[in-house]
Design a binder for this molecule. Structure first.
Ligand SMILES: [Zn+2]
Length: 302
């Protein structure tokens, strides 16, 4: 399971985001499936873990739980549309990106916090009362679950997706792949993506430079598109998480290629193209960059 419900705040949290917390309450999470709520436990959530974080259950899910069918839904989703289930399911297909919605408790006070909850603080629901679980598609707090849905449900990219600042409104149109047919001018904001390069990310004066396996070929040399992550205002934890994720991603990508696996690792981001260096896209928010490992499928047009 990639996500679970925080039993205190009732919010659905991404396992990968536990890496941003100073301390993780391993008993603080339950299954967010329909009428389920069994206890689930986080695994590989420590910052230094070079594995992707996830939740696992020790007990059986209830018979009505739809999370238990997620893997089945994912495998069916690679062969055809599962839109009806995504529209009512536990949240595998987010409907929008909602960045400013967390409130952190600091010293007993509730404070607006648009960034992230810091160590020791917890996010809480806006009222202290139990909230109804959403019955339809939910917003996401970062692009990560959105990008996973894009990869996992290729036949359902017609589903609506709203992101502030992006003028298009379906999965199909919100995502834009960076190609290897020359450096394009891309003034319209999208979720851009490309396969991660084998070359490691490196620090430069302008930020952390993440090379992609796309760009412009010239005499057998690629001038790659790069993500330039400007993160001077990030916490050390957030910086380390990104460093580690990029290294996990790079290794799993190389391993897949070597074993002739069809899966690859893709970097996704919302960023601004540098007008002075069109191969560079600047990203400055940790919630707007992620990697996803999987098979990229483009269904044939009907
Ligand atoms: Zn469950």
């Amino acid at each position: 399971m990639d996500a679970a419900r925080d039993r205190f705040t009732l919010e659905i949290v991404e396992a990968e985001d536990l890496k941003l917390l100073e301390c993780v309450d391993t008993y603080g999470y339950t299954c967010h499936g329909h009428e389920c709520g069994i206890q689930v436990f986080p695994r590989s959530y420590r910052l230094e873990n070079l594995l992707r974080a996830h939740f696992f259950a020790k007990a059986s899910h209830t018979s009505s739980c739809d999370v238990v069918g997620e893997d089945d839904l994912r495998s069916r989703g690679k062969k055809g549309s599962v839109a009806r289930e995504l529209e009512t399911g536990p949240g595998l297909s987010p409907s929008s990106l909602q960045l400013v919605d967390t409130r952190a408790i600091v010293n007993g006070q509730v404070m607006q916090d648009g960034t992230q909850s810091k160590g020791g603080s917890r996010t809480i629901a806006s009222s202290g009362e139990t909230r109804q679980r959403p019955v339809s598609r939910r917003p996401a707090n970062s692009i990560r679950p959105i990008c996973r849905a894009f990869m996992e449900f290729p036949y359902d990219r017609h589903l609506p997706l709203h992101i502030d600042g992006i003028q298009t409104s379906t999965y199909q149109m919100v995502f834009k792949r960076l190609r290897s047919e020359g450096i394009e001018v891309l003034p319209r904001q999208r979720i851009f993506y490309a396969e991660l390069a084998w070359q490691q990310a490196y620090e430069a004066t302008e930020g952390l430079v993440v090379p992609l396996n796309a760009g412009e070929w010239h005499e057998k040399r690629l001038t790659p598109y790069c993500i330039v992550v400007q993160r001077t205002r990030w916490s050390q934890t957030a910086r380390t998480r990104l460093d580690n994720e990029l290294e996990i991603a790079r290794r799993e990508n190389m391993a897949a290629k070597k074993t002739k696996d069809a899966r690859r690792t893709y970097a996704f981001f919302i960023g601004t193209q540098n007008p002075e260096n069109l191969s560079h896209f600047v990203v400055n928010d940790q919630r707007l960059i992620c990697t996803v490992h999987g098979k990229l499928i483009f269904p044939k047009q009907q």
